[in-house]
Design a protein. Structure first.
Length: 189
């Protein structure tokens, strides 16, 4: 049996991207700890950037999948923790630099939440392992779950953002204020 070490798991998790920004979850500072038992069971302690993340289950599934790609891994357990809370200080220097550079690229004009009728752009890709990715017009891929796909498809240019927030809150069972916060991030407002 191959002996698995935490660094192998960490390296594999660098392929797993944060669902909101194109930076891997390791450099985002979402991984708080990796333990590997004598029989190669892996226990990963991680957090999310926000407690209301609609991609919570998708991200846990992705982390499990990437950890299992390491030869010799037996079982994988992912534990979400909220203490200490995530902050930008947890990001690697490289990730902070990337995030800063993203903010300086052609920043769009502010979106009027009450009148804007967004059109979902890009393409939906179903990967070999069944996971879903939405690729934007810049060919950046974002791992998504079915709820996000449904939201993206709802962006048909005929609904205001406020209407989309109501629809998504109802579909996901999340509170409207939390959905507003997530949608604001989604549209870069």
């Amino acid at each position: 049996m191959n002996t698995v070490n935490p660094e192998q798991i960490r390296n594999s998790l660098k392929q797993c991207m944060d669902p909101e920004v194109p930076i891997n979850i390791v450099d985002m500072g979402l991984i708080y700890g990796i333990d590997v038992s004598a029989n190669n069971d892996v226990n990963i302690k991680m957090t999310m950037t926000t407690q209301g993340c609609p991609l919570h289950e998708t991200l846990v599934s992705d982390v499990t999948r990437y950890a299992k790609k390491v030869p010799g891994v037996n079982k994988v357990q992912v534990n979400i923790v909220w203490d200490p809370p995530w902050s930008i200080d947890k990001m690697s220097d490289e990730a902070r630099s990337m995030l800063k550079n993203m903010g300086t690229r052609n920043t769009p004009a502010p979106i009027d939440y009450e009148t804007a009728m967004p059109q979902g752009v890009g393409s939906l890709i179903k990967q070999d392992d069944g996971s879903l990715v939405i690729a934007n017009e810049h060919n950046q891929g974002f791992m998504v779950n079915q709820a996000i796909v449904n939201f993206w498809k709802s962006c048909n240019g005929k609904r205001k953002i406020t209407d989309l927030v109501d629809i998504f809150a109802q579909q996901t069972g999340l509170q409207r204020t939390q959905v507003e916060k997530e949608v604001t991030l989604f549209f870069g407002m």
